[in-house]
Design a protein around this ligand. Structure first.
Ligand code: PLP
Length: 393
């Protein structure tokens, strides 16, 4: 089919709920995408952060092919090795908790919210979340997402959600009461514009949760599995959650989400209270195991930390050159460039020159390079970005 024919299929048969870029992608390999017109695109926002170890990582592809030949799906009536193995690998790299598997970030957060209510007493029904957060698109996770633009046309929200300004300890203290079941927060807000939590803020949340018998949930759907240079962002803060959620990078490109809870909290999730038909099937868990092994074998946490500093320094240099850049906010390979103007056109122009980046909140450009990227690839990305900014002036 031609590019135009494929786009027409979408126009006719696919619901138009995404703003799509006018490219048909036919192949992904490492840090690159290839479109149907033969263009090669350097991908600095791979799969909305899903393809964190690069597109079609050979170890993930091999594990998927092997597993597909043995067992694709087995329901959770039975045990299967890949799920048990993945849970162990995750637990050992985090706070020693137990895992529940599902298929997306929103589902992981749904599970976390339900578990927080199940584990706390009946009068505790409130959830505190932070302004600028993004927790998903289901009704509960949309209600947790403290951004009015995501609620428009969908009211009323689920009751019980209380919003506080991000990084504001006083506001959090005054929002707390005996009725709070949990606080859910992203250590680094992604869709909200790469907003980085202060250490004192996360420490204060931990303290307030402990004092009030509430659960602390970290949403690590974007930050998890190495993006910050640590397995999980909370490890940069020395503040442990009771529940943590993850998704994007975990499957290396296949759909998987996971909720990890401390052993004590996990005990409240008993048969009949929550489930997922597809959750944690053999295929996706085999991919998850391969992702973790690849990160370790290829030393990708260290590469992420080093490249993160490298790209930050390069962008700080660009900031001196281009007054459109107001500030750089970054941790590891989670990079936000705050502009003083709209970023949409810059994203389009970068794509025309073979660079894929993203814009969120209208004025924040996001670079989230694959963890396998090299300095050369970062240099190429910066060069294209520099040219586009120059042409934009
Ligand atoms: C921090 C965070 N939580 C949850 C979600 C929802 O994940 P999903 O789209 O897989 O449901 C996202 C998606 O971008 C996210 O960034």
């Amino acid at each position: 089919m031609t590019t135009q024919e494929i786009i027409e299929l979408f126009n006719k048969y696919v619901i138009a709920n995404y703003g799509r870029l006018p490219r048909v992608i036919v192949k992904g390999e490492g840090c690159y995408l290839f479109d149907s017109e033969g263009n090669k695109i350097l991908d600095m926002f791979p799969g909305w952060a899903v393809s964190a170890i690069g597109h079609c990582h050979p170890k993930v592809v091999e594990a998927l092919c092997k597993q597909a030949g043995e067992l694709l799906h087995i329901d959770n009536t039975f045990y299967s090795e890949p799920q048990g193995k993945l849970a162990k690998l995750l637990s050992e790299r985090a706070f020693g908790g137990k895992c529940f598997f599902c298929n997306s970030g929103a589902e992981a957060n749904e599970a976390a919210l339900k578990l927080a209510r199940l584990h706390t007493s009946q009068e505790k029904y409130k959830f505190i979340t932070a302004e600028g957060s993004f927790h998903g698109r289901t009704f509960a996770t949309m209600s947790a997402t403290a951004q009015p633009k995501h609620h428009e046309g969908l009211l009323p929200l689920l009751p019980g959600f209380v919003y506080v300004p991000f990084n504001d300890i006083a506001a959090l203290e005054s929002a707390f009461s005996d009725e709070v079941a949990a606080v859910m927060v992203e250590p680094i807000q992604g869709e909200g514009g790469i907003n980085i939590a202060d250490k004192e803020y996360l420490q204060a949340i931990r303290r307030l949760c402990d004092e009030n018998g509430a659960i602390l949930i970290f949403d690590e759907v974007t930050t998890g599995l190495g993006r910050t240079g640590k397995w999980f962002a909370y490890q940069l803060y020395d503040v442990e959650p009771d529940i943590m959620t993850m998704a994007k990078a975990l499957g290396g490109g296949v759909a998987i989400g996971a909720m990890m809870a401390s052993e004590e909290v996990a005990a409240s999730l008993v048969p009949g209270k929550h489930a997922s038909t597809f959750g944690g099937n053999a295929l996706v868990c085999a991919a998850g195991v391969a992702v973790i092994e690849a990160i370790e074998e290829e030393n990708l946490l260290q590469n992420t930390a080093e490249l993160g500093q490298y790209i930050k320094d390069k962008l700080e240099q660009l900031k001196q050159k281009h007054s459109i850049i107001e500030s750089i906010r970054s941790v590891g390979l989670m990079v936000g460039i705050q502009l003083n103007t709209s970023g949409a056109e810059i994203v389009n122009k970068c794509l025309e020159k073979g660079l894929r980046i993203n814009c969120t909140q209208g004025t924040v450009l996001r670079f989230m390079p694959p963890m396998i990227a090299t300095k050369d690839q970062i240099d190429q990305a910066i060069e294209i970005f520099d040219t586009v900014l120059q042409e934009n002036e």
